[in-house]
Structure formats: C-alpha cells, structure tokens
Ligand binder design. Sequence first.
Ligand SMILES: [Zn+2]
Length: 443
Amino acid sequence: MGTVVNTPADALRALRTAVSDVNQAVSNGALAPLTKRDLLDFMAEFEEVRAMLSVTDHRIVRACDDSRLAERVGERSTSSLMAKVLRIAPGEARARVKAAELLAPRPSPLGPELPPVREHVAAAQSVGQVTTRQAAMINESLQGIETACPLSPGESAALEETMVGHARQFGPRELQACLHRMESHLNPDGVLPPEAVIHDRRFLHLVQRRDGSYVIEGSLTRACGAQLWSVLSSLAKPRPSDVTGPDLRSPGQRMHDALDDVAGRLLRSGRLPHSGGTPATVIVTIDHAALVRGTGFGTTTDGQPLPVDELLRLASEADVIPVVLDRAGAVLSSGRASRVATPAQATALYARDGGCSFPGCEIPPEWCEKHHVVEWIKGGFTDLDNLTLVCKYHHRNFQAAGWTCLMINNLPHWRPPDWLPGSNDPVLHHRIAHRSELYEQAA
Ligand SMILES: [Zn+2]
C-alpha cells in the first residue's frame, strides 16, 4: 500500500517483485508454524489476490480490442492473437475475451467510461470475492434468463446481485444448482428461445482425433436440423433381412453410414462448387514408383496416410486424384504464360500445402487463394515453386503485419516480423512439414 506507481509497466514490475517476496517469505517451511486458523486465512487471502488479477486481464484484453491490435499484427481476432502470443488454448482465449466484454468498463466516445455490463460481478471480482469460473457461470446464467424473459435493467441487476451473493458462499457445483433454481423459477415453462438466438448459437465442428477418426459436435438451427434429419433418416432405415441375415447395425451406426452415403454421393456427383479450378475431390499425394508397385502409402490433403490398395479401390469409385508430386514441376509449370494457376497446379498445391500455409492457420484448401511468392508482375512464375495456398484473411493481411513468404527447398516458409518475440528464422507450417515428411517416407 502507498507505493507510488506511475505507469502500468512500473506497477507490473512492482507486482512481480511483490510476488517474488511472497514466494521468498513462504519458502523453507515458513508456513508450517502457522495455526490452522492463520493458514486458512492465508490461503483464502491468497485466493482473493489471484481472483483480483482477472481485473487486469479484462483491462488488457479490452485495450487490445479497442486498439485493434490483432488486426494491426495480422491476426484474425483478439482471441487468436492471445492464443498465439500467450500460448494458451483457443477456448481459454475466447473465454477471456468474452469475460472482458462483460466485466471491463466500456469506453464511451462522449465522456468518462461506462461501467461494465455486469457491474456487480465486476465489483466483486475487483476485491477478489468471485473467481473467474464463478463469474463465467453467472454471466452465462444471466444471459440465458435475459434471452428467455424480458427483464428491466433494474430487475436484471438485482438478479445479478443475488447471484454474486451465492458466489460469495458457494463453490461452482452448489452455485450451479442455485443458478438453475433461479432460472427455472423465472422461466418455469422453459420458454423456447427465439429463432434469432438459435441461429446465433449455430455451429458445427468436425474434429479429427489422433487415430484419424472424427468427432462431430454442433448445434443446428431448426431448419438445418430438420433437413439433415429427413435426409439421413430416409437413408438410415434398417436394411431388410435377406440372405446375409438381418441388419445388425445399431441406430447410431446406421445414421453414420447414411451420412457417409450422402457425402460420397455428393462428391461423385461432381456438383460441388469449384475452388480455383479444382473441383472438390479427395486428393491423394503419392510417389509414382509406389503407385506402380501397388505398395506403400499416399497422403490425403489432411495429412492422413492412405494405403495404396485402398487408394486404388477408392479411385475407381470416387473422385480421388492421385497426385504425383514432381518437385521439379516440369509438367505443372506454365511459366509466365498465365496469371492463373492451372487445375493441375492447383491440385498439386492442394496436395503439398493442404490448406493455408501461414503458420498456425488451419483454413482448409477449399477456402484458400493462390499466392505468388515472388509477385507475378515482378517476374515471378506461375508454377509450383512460386505458389502457395493462403486463406483470404492472411492473403490480405500478412504483408501489413510484417510477414514475408519465401521458398526454401521448394516449400513455403514464413519469416516473422520483428515485433514477434523470439527467433526471426523462417517458419514452415507444421502441417506442410509433416506432409513433406510423409511424402519422403512414402518415396
Ligand atoms: Zn490463413
């Protein structure tokens, strides 16, 4: 107390010193002689200090947002910037951005800043009485209630205050029970959320596991869900018993197979939108010798190895294009003749880059544009050694953010700008590095 601090950096340095002091003070059994009571008090007070730090976090996130820092350094959003620079999970970064939106004071163009949206939660947090987790639970519960029933700002604030009171007494589990009770009291019939809310919450994630299989997770709008349901349920009926016996598949397995059928049919129909000259197809990179021998592995655009025999089986059935990656690019090269990559080049690019080549970006190839590493206008050729896939966003922003793309060993590397801490050596997207290893092994 009473220390005069000038700048945020000074204050943070003072905090770092203070934390070192505390760590020093508690070392070597200094806590052991404390009475039970004192140790409990110490533990509780330390927890409060930890909780208070989130106020700083909200301010920092807010400042990043307000100054459009992410945009200026070539990142898609504040949360993706945080995930990269702070090395935290994207989910945690998004939660922190969301918390800052609700719990940091809001800038006002006309005068002094406005109080936070959730004023009571923020106030309790500033004295360390509500944890980050509890704050998130309250925010979510309030949002649910406000969506379902019209509340005046006064009613909403009173509700928030009551919830904060519960959070002062209870841990997450009991708090959740209290919040559920309040929700069902205010919204006894479980009023249906309006279409706009359902639309806002829509998402679909297709996440690949380490073993190559996928997990589906999502929330569909009423219309999308109904359509998908009618498509899949018609295809997922049990096969009638025949010479091979009854259909032993579980309902879940039949739904899966229906989806498999739908996707396969659509691919084979050739009616998917074209992307930069290459129709949506399964593209497998494979060494020519392996293909001729009929042994070894090819590599799909998402980096999965595919045995040659399976590839040949698929190839007769679906739009599978085996690409023989000729590093010299003799066939694929079209020199200066055209500005636009040929379908063969696009296919080879899909196979090599497998998506946006900007480090850390996971935008799939179908959504990418082709970038000339040496600009075409400055004499750069439209061939494989001078092209890379970059998503729309990175294509538009990498230059302003100070990144440069360069080809090393015919693979697209990215040199980081000076503002990024650490080495300035060119980086190769881990996906591309991995794929070229697979290629080398297959070869
Ligand atoms: Zn990208």
